[in-house]
Design a binder for this molecule. Structure first.
Ligand SMILES: Nc1ncnc2c1ncn2[C@@H]1O[C@H](COP(=O)(O)OP(=O)(O)O)[C@@H](O)[C@H]1O
Ligand SMILES: [Mg+2]
Length: 356
């Protein structure tokens, strides 16, 4: 489903903005501080009910205003869908689709794959395992119907078990069966998914400029060749002593190597960015293949660190996928738009004009 119209009110520095994007590439150009990233943030808020930059929603509301709203019309062939998000600093988030109240972020985001790549996305390669786990869980959320429920069950069992361990309470073991059952499923899902992402990444047009072959695999977060139940059994003393659960998918990681070296040791910043784009592209291709849903992709400050050839390759691959893409840049000459259906918008002090 592509966004056909976006109305933003009192969001960051955007007082009252309407955008009618095209179905393929939308280039958003303007000087620093004009409101480009804010526009992407507004699209993100309408898609998943939160910002990709902050959890503090008062920061998202235009200074001096009581609330912010983002309203989106999406179109899929002849079907239209209207989504509204409204929030105030003190109150709740309010999500509506076609007039009906939606109660959770997951329900808002389900079936609407939305990916965002920003200058901070390097963290996927050089940051901690948490970044990579959430990357994988994003894919699994979109391709496996019950993944979210299993993941939540695992988180609940882990929280409760850790709380008991921290208090030295015997009830900790009562949470172990649920932890094992849900944890083993999260692990299996992630392992299979990383294999598919790795296979897809192997075909990526973006990896030509990397200094070696990319190897991707999942490390599950507990001792090799043991089931989670066995690992927890072995950990009994250690878990009690430290007041926390040592083994489980909350310690899992997607390992990335270039030939025999950790990716973050051998790649330049630009190469890291390419790898991040390649990883996302691989995951988006799979989600598209499995669910038949084309994603919306937000690329904040695309030209930073990607050369022209790779910018073109990425945009071409996204267009081939049927993605609707929003790209921001301070310099439109840096971003090629030789694609049919592409549009150019200019942003200046929170006001947006359509150039073509
Ligand atoms: N809550 C807010 N109310 C008003 N202005 C804001 C708010 N939050 C951020 N801004 C301002 O909005 C402007 C646009 O920011 P941003 O979208 O990040 O710019 P760009 O990406 O174009 O460089 C900045 O000048 C920033 O200070
Ligand atoms: Mg910006």
């Amino acid at each position: 489903m592509t966004i056909k119209r976006l109305d933003v009110r009192n969001f960051r520095n955007l007082q009252e903005v309407t955008l009618e994007p095209g179905p393929a590439i939308n280039l958003i150009e303007g000087p620093n501080g004009s409101g480009k990233t804010s526009l992407l943030e507004a699209i993100h808020v309408a898609g998943v009910g939160r910002s990709f930059l902050t959890h503090h929603r008062q920061l998202l509301i235009r200074q001096g205003c009581p609330e912010a709203t983002v309203f989106v019309i999406r179109q899929d062939q002849d079907r239209e869908e209207r989504t509204g998000v409204r929030f105030s600093a003190g109150g709740e988030w309010e999500f509506r689709r076609d007039g009906e109240r939606i109660n959770t972020r997951a329900a808002l985001a389900q079936g609407k794959p939305l990916a965002v790549i920003t200058p901070e996305s390097h963290a996927l390669v050089e940051g901690g395992p948490k970044e990579r786990r959430s990357f994988l869980d994003w894919g699994l959320f979109h391709v496996e119907q019950d993944f979210l429920e299993v993941w939540r069950r695992y988180q609940r069992a882990l929280r409760q078990r850790n709380a008991c361990l921290a208090q030295g309470a015997e009830e900790a073991s009562a949470w172990t069966p649920m932890l094992c059952e849900a944890g083993t499923r999260v692990d299996g899902g992630r392992r299979a998914w990383v294999e598919r992402v790795a296979a897809e990444l192997g075909q990526s047009p973006l990896l030509g400029s990397l200094p070696g072959g990319v190897h991707l695999w999942y490390e599950r977060g507990w001792i090799k060749e043991h089931s989670l139940a066995e690992a927890l059994e072995r950990d009994t003393e250690r878990d009690r002593r430290d007041g926390l659960t040592h083994s489980g998918p909350h310690r899992g990681d997607m390992k990335i190597r270039i030939d025999d070296h950790p990716a973050s040791d051998v790649l330049s910043r630009g190469q890291e960015k390419l790898l991040v784009c390649g990883l996302w592209l691989a995951q988006l291709v799979l989600v598209r293949e499995i669910t038949a849903r084309a994603p919306i992709v937000l690329l904040d400050d695309l030209p930073s660190e990607l050369d022209e050839r790779n910018r073109c390759l990425l945009l071409e691959a996204l267009v081939a996928l049927g993605a609707q893409v929003f790209v921001t840049t301070t310099d439109r000459s840096l971003t090629p738009t030789p694609f049919s259906g592409s549009r150019l918008f200019h942003v200046e002090q929170g006001c947006i004009t359509t150039v073509v």
